[in-house]
Design a protein around this ligand. Structure first.
Ligand code: 5AD
Length: 342
C-alpha cells in the first residue's frame, strides 16, 4: 500500500482524497512511521532541510467574535484585554528582524479599534524600513482593506477556514460566516497574497473524512501556507468540557498534507507543542518546515489565551533545538542570531 502511495505521488505530485484518508486512518505503528519518513523525504528534497522561523506579534487580544473553542472570544470576561500601541508593535518587529527573522506576522483578535489606516501605515513602515516580509493574521476585514494592506507591503495572509464541514463550522461559529470566509480566502489569493489557511484537528463531531476534505479544500483553493493544530479544550468557553485533539492524528495530517500539497509552507504549530512539546519537533520530520516563534512581550503574551496553557515558543531555544536535530535554519537567521554578536 505504501508503494501505491509513493507511485501515485511520483506520477501526480499530489495525493487524492482516498489516499489522504488512508494515511489519516493508519493504525499500524510501523506503516505510520514509514509514511512519516516518506513525507519527510519529500519535504527535504523539494523544500530543503531549512526550517523557516517566523516571528509572531500578538498585538491585541480584543475580539468581537464568539468562536466556541477560543479563549479570547468576546464573551470571555475573565481575561485581561490588551492592545499594543502601534509604535511599540514596530519596535517589537524591529527587534525580531535584528534577531534574524525574515517574516513578521501581525496577529490579533478581530479588533476594529485598529483602523485600516493605522494598520496600513504600520505594514508599510515595517515592510519598507525593516525590509522584511509582513504577514497579517487579523481575521475578516473588508476586501478593500486587504487590497490596501497588499499595496502597503504585506505579502502573506493567514485566515484559517477551521473546518470545511459547513454543519460543524456553523455549530461553533455563531455568526455563520462560512461563505464569507471562503470567498475572502479566494479573494486574497486573487490579490496576489501568499495565502495561508488551516484547520483544527479534533473538533466535536469531526471525522477523518472531514479532515481529508480540509486538505483537499486547501489544495483546490491554492493555499500555500497551512496551519493545522489540535483542538485544545479551553476553560470558560462552550467547548471547555470537550476533549483535546490527538497529537498522533495531527502528525498524520501533516504527512498527508505534505504529500498532497508538496510545496506548502507548513508550521509545526504552537497548539501541537502545547499538547506535547516533543511532537512539535517531531513534526519537523513528518513534513513540517516552519516554526512560528513568539515575539509578544511576556506582559501581553500571558493574556493571549486563545487556548489554555499556550506555550511560549522562544526564538533562541527553538533555533538551538532545530540545529541539535541536525536540521538547518535560514542563513540570515543563523548569522543574526548566533554569529553577528560573536
Ligand atoms: N484549540 C486549538 N486551536 C485554537 N485556535 C483558537 N482556539 C483554539 C483552541 N481552543 C486556533 C484557531 C484560530 C487560531 C488563532 O487559533 O485555528 O484560527
Amino acid at each position: 500500500e505504501i508503494n501505491k502511495i509513493i507511485d501515485y505521488f511520483i506520477k501526480n505530485k499530489t495525493l487524492d482524497y482516498e489516499k489522504i484518508l488512508w494515511i489519516l486512518s493508519l493504525k499500524d505503528e510501523v506503516i505510520k512511521e514509514k509514511i512519516f519518513k516518506v513525507a519527510d523525504i519529500v519535504n527535504k528534497i523539494l523544500n530543503t532541510d531549512i526550517v523557516t522561523l517566523k516571528g509572531v506579534i500578538e498585538f491585541s487580544n480584543y475580539c468581537k467574535k464568539s468562536c466556541y473553542y477560543c479563549g479570547i472570544r468576546v464573551q470571555n470576561e475573565e481575561i485581561n484585554r490588551y492592545r499594543i500601541p502601534i509604535n511599540e508593535i514596530f519596535q517589537i518587529a524591529k527587534n525580531g528582524v535584528e534577531m534574524g527573522l525574515t517574516t513578521i506576522i501581525l496577529q490579533s483578535g478581530e479588533d476594529d479599534n485598529y483602523s485600516d489606516d493605522e494598520l496600513e501605515a504600520l505594514i508599510y513602515k515595517i515592510h519598507h524600513e525593516l525590509k522584511t516580509a509582513v504577514s497579517i493574521s487579523i481575521g475578516e476585514r473588508s476586501k478593500k482593506a486587504y487590497e490596501r494592506f497588499r499595496k502597503a507591503g504585506a505579502s502573506k495572509v493567514l485566515l484559517k477556514h477551521e473546518i470545511i464541514n459547513r454543519k460543524i463550522f456553523e455549530s461553533i461559529h455563531p455568526d455563520k460566516d462560512y461563505d464569507l470566509r471562503i470567498k475572502l480566502l479566494d479573494h486574497l489569493v486573487d490579490l496576489g497574497y501568499i495565502t495561508g489557511s488551516g484547520n483544527i484537528i479534533g473538533l466535536p463531531g469531526q471525522t477523518l473524512e472531514d479532515i481529508a476534505k480540509d486538505i483537499i479544500f486547501m489544495k483546490e483553493h491554492n493555499i500555500k501556507m497551512i496551519g493545522m493544530g489540535p483542538f485544545i479544550s479551553t476553560h470558560n468557553t462552550p467547548l471547555e468540557n470537550y476533549k483535546n485533539g490527538s497529537a498522533e492524528l495531527t502528525l498524520k495530517a501533516y504527512a498527508a498534507t505534505r504529500l498532497a500539497i508538496p510545496y506548502a509552507q507548513m508550521p509545526a504549530t504552537t497548539a501541537l507543542g502545547t499538547i506535547d512539546r516533543k511532537y512539535q519537533f517531531k513534526a519537523l520530520n513528518c513534513g513540517c518546515n516552519v516554526i512560528m516563534v513568539n515575539l509578544t512581550p511576556d506582559k501581553y503574551r500571558e493574556n493571549y489565551n486563545i487556548y489554555d496553557e499556550k506555550i511560549k515558543v522562544d526564538l533562541i531555544e527553538t533555533a538551538k533545538e532545530i540545529i541539535n536535530m541536525g536540521l538547518s535554519i535560514p542563513p540570515y537567521t543563523l548569522r543574526n542570531l548566533f554569529i553577528k554578536e560573536a
